[in-house]
Design a protein around this ligand. Structure first.
Ligand SMILES: N[C@H](CCC[C@H](N)C(=O)O)C(=O)O
Length: 270
């Protein structure tokens, strides 16, 4: 058996198991991640965040002394970036005295500038974000025109006027030619001036209460649908809360809560 120290946290109720593995000694496998994220036999979470020094990450060619966010979905699959996760990741490292309030965090989508704010929120520069090909998504007998948004990880954003009617226990179907590695699918409806609501079916997880990269994708799509290019701040409501997405020139920041709820020891089967 192996015993690992962990923390548990969430950002707008998108929750994570966090392990600090500074010297890359733990080597969690897919089965380990699935076990840790299992809400009955393990700790429980939508995803797994491992903090390891970037020098240990093959292919990282940036500053080797940065903390690297090794993110895995609950099914054990890798993802390039996690918006709610990086806020919780930074909050935990700051609480542990391992980083300061302004820090660059390495991810599979590059280094991200993160500010741990004194009011408990965390701000992340999520750039670069780019529009991808449009495609069709089908779900519940309906077909949607989806805007593709690359936030480091892929998103297909669909417009709808009835979020509550969606049964997201059923996976939406997307165009595998546009998304050969799968995609997160967001359903977005307008609520007012620079204000949208969103539900999401996440790649590697299923429906979650929130998706940080998804809120960036949703605001980016809503801005494109509105034909806007000016700087502006958008509010994106998700079932687990709200996030602020601000467009300022080429920079796109996401600001929102990061809550640590538990620390402990977890025993993993061999
Ligand atoms: N499921 C996503 C990764 C987690 C994204 C989400 N939890 C976030 O906060 O951005 C993917 O496979 O691309």
């Amino acid at each position: 058996m192996r015993t690992w120290s962990f923390a548990k946290g969430h950002g707008t109720e998108n929750d994570f198991v966090i392990i600090v593995d500074r010297h890359d000694l733990l080597s969690p496998g897919t089965d380990d991640v699935r076990y840790l994220c299992d809400r009955r036999v393990g700790v429980g979470g939508d995803g797994f965040l491992r903090a390891v020094k970037a020098e240990h990450i093959d292919g990282w060619d940036g500053d080797p002394d940065l903390w690297f966010m090794d993110y895995r979905n609950a099914d054990g699959s890798l993802a390039e970036m996690c918006g709610n996760g990086i806020r919780v990741f930074a909050r935990h490292l700051a609480d542990e005295g391992l980083i300061g309030a302004e820090v660059s965090i390495a991810t599979r989508a590059g280094a991200k500038q993160v500010s741990v704010l004194s009011d408990g929120r965390v701000r992340v520069d999520m750039s670069p974000v780019r529009l991808m090909a449009e495609s069709r998504v089908t779900h519940g007998g309906c077909a949607y025109d989806a805007v593709g948004v690359d936030v480091g990880n892929p998103h297909a954003v669909c417009g709808t006027d009835d979020l509550e009617a969606l049964d997201l226990t059923i996976a939406p179907e997307f165009d595998a030619e546009v998304y050969p590695a799968g995609t997160n699918v967001e359903f977005v409806c307008g609520l007012g001036d620079h204000h949208v609501a969103m539900r999401v079916f996440e790649r590697g997880v299923g429906e979650t209460r929130s998706c940080g990269t998804g809120t960036v994708a949703a605001a980016t799509a809503a801005r494109a649908w509105a034909g806007e290019r000016d700087d502006a701040s958008w509010r994106v409501d998700v079932p687990g809360g709200s996030l602020e997405i601000a467009f300022h020139g080429d920079a796109i920041t996401m600001t929102g809560p990061a809550v640590l709820v538990a620390h402990g020891e977890v025993v993993l089967p061999d």
